[in-house]
Design a protein around this ligand. Sequence first.
Ligand SMILES: Cc1cc2nc3c(=O)[nH]c(=O)nc-3n(C[C@H](O)[C@H](O)[C@H](O)COP(=O)(O)O)c2cc1C
Length: 331
Amino acid sequence: MRLGELVLEGGAALAPMAGVADRAFRQLCREFGAVYTVGELTSARGLLQGSRKTEALLEMGPEERPSAVQLFGDDPEVMARGAEAALRFSPQVIDLNMGCPAPKIAGNRAGAALMKDPELASRIIRAVKKASPVPVTVKFRKGWDENHINAVEFAKMAQVSGADAITVHGRTRSQMYAPPADWDILRRVKAAVSIPVIGNGDVDSPQAAKALLEETGCDLVMVGRGALGRPWLFGQIAAFLRDGTLLPDPPIEERMAVMLRHIRLMEQYKGPQVAFREARKHCGWYMTGIRGAAALRRQAGTIGSMADAEALAQAAIDLYHGRGPWEEDTI
Ligand SMILES: Cc1cc2nc3c(=O)[nH]c(=O)nc-3n(C[C@H](O)[C@H](O)[C@H](O)COP(=O)(O)O)c2cc1C
């Protein structure tokens, strides 16, 4: 698909995930073949107040591009000024969050709450579009709840308001992340607008990525939770979309090397204190599918240094090959 000067094709995009898809993870996913990445949701107001913590969310490296910053807020003027401030980080795209279900955000008229106020949403899109020299996109949901499913009307509103593309997550706000995503709403949105549509929800395999594209006609598929602990999924999706090749998961040694590289990148970008604390959940995800994963996850929850992470990687490799600690007991 085309987005301004960008041509995004041949694979999947990485979904924005606050607290997870940070610079390190975005870079890793991009290296494995993600065609586009979106940063963590960031408060436009926080940005204007000069919050250092907020600004840090927008830092993006050359390795992760093409990339969008994602802003949230409920005030058109603040969002427009926030977009201007975000341009300092040279994003290729500005994405507007109109789908976040978290009470802290949706409880304050922002995020998914904007789906209940399309008029305000439209004013926000128009204001940001006017302020931004780069494409402006909007990410939203199926609707607020089962009684307020308005993704099609919302998509048309976004288009008329100037959005260059939209991303739709096939769940309502009240569904949060639980039941299966509704891909039919993606198909209906795609049929209703002429701007590119990125389809999102429950894609966790190359086959699912292809199925979403075929069933909905969407221009690009976006993957979130499916990539946690397995950024190589993007390479598998790209290969399958290219010619139907199903690449196996990398061998355990390689998977653990990826995990260690991931943690080193986090350490580099966030410093050891934050990095090792935040790396614990990622390490837990990298353990998924390994025999004895529960014990490994417990170990993952305690890492505090690179040496701890290396010991975890070795324990996972040993367990995988059936060289668990129990064998030492029996020697
Ligand atoms: C931990 C987590 C954090 C998320 N943070 C954001 C966010 O900052 N902005 C956003 O638009 N969506 C966010 N989402 C939603 C995802 O981008 C995506 O729409 C959702 O997870 C569905 O896709 P999936 O089934 O591939 O995970 C988040 C989801 C998760 C699980």
